[in-house]
Design a protein around this ligand. Structure first.
Ligand code: GRF
Length: 198
């Protein structure tokens, strides 16, 4: 095909992604093993995701909100980074800050998030624990566009994950995460993110 012959042109049509992650970074790792990640950003200097980035050879940037006068200045620095790398799609993966008006004004419609519950069920920072406490027979995982609310944006794709009768929280959690590691790559491929070739 045209794309196979003219790799350069083909790549240029592919979406360039950056990942924002605050902590562990297991979703980042799963994505970076399959897709070209132009950079990872962390808002915490001690986040384990930075170690993963180093191992994987993915460029990493880190700065903390407290290093800036306010959230507007912090988000302006993020915009400068995204613009510089010509990022088409911001992929939130355990990024624990709300996207504020400064970043949204420039990038709304180009930011996606993964949430460890079946939205609109159990939004917020404790989707897994909240579903567990509610004793529901099933929860799930959701990838959605990011708007100004907390886990309220338009849903792109979601899957159900059962809670089994003899589950402990740890097993339920593991099943949710396994579903995330399947769902996020599926969505990124569908959105036209450049994959790594082996
Ligand atoms: C994931 O469960 C994700 O759904 C939620 O935060 C967690 C991040 O985990 N938003 P990790 O940092 O990717 O390991």
């Amino acid at each position: 095909s045209y794309c196979n012959q003219r790799r350069q042109e083909c790549d240029n049509q592919m979406k360039r992604i950056a990942i924002f992650a605050s902590g562990n970074g297991s979703n980042f790792q799963v994505i970076a093993e399959q897709f070209k990640v132009h950079f990872v950003f962390s808002d915490h200097r001690d986040a384990f995701v930075l170690k993963r980035a180093e191992t994987l050879g993915v460029p990493a940037y880190v700065f903390e909100l407290k290093e800036f006068a306010d959230k507007q200045a912090y988000e302006q620095a993020l915009i400068d980074l995204l613009d510089k790398h010509q990022i088409d799609l911001v992929v939130l993966a355990g990024y624990m800050k709300i996207i504020g008006p400064t970043l949204l004004a420039k990038y709304e419609g180009r930011i996606i998030n993964i949430h460890p519950a079946y939205l609109p069920e159990f939004p917020g920072a404790h989707g897994i624990e909240d579903a567990w406490e509610a004793d529901v027979p099933e929860s799930g995982v959701t990838v959605h566009w990011v708007d100004s609310g907390v886990d309220t944006g338009q849903i792109i794709k979601q899957v159900r994950v059962p809670r089994l009768a003899d589950d402990h929280l740890e097993q339920f959690e593991e099943r949710i995460h396994a579903a995330e590691y399947q769902l996020y790559p599926t969505v990124l491929e569908a959105l036209g993110v450049e994959m790594i070739e082996f």
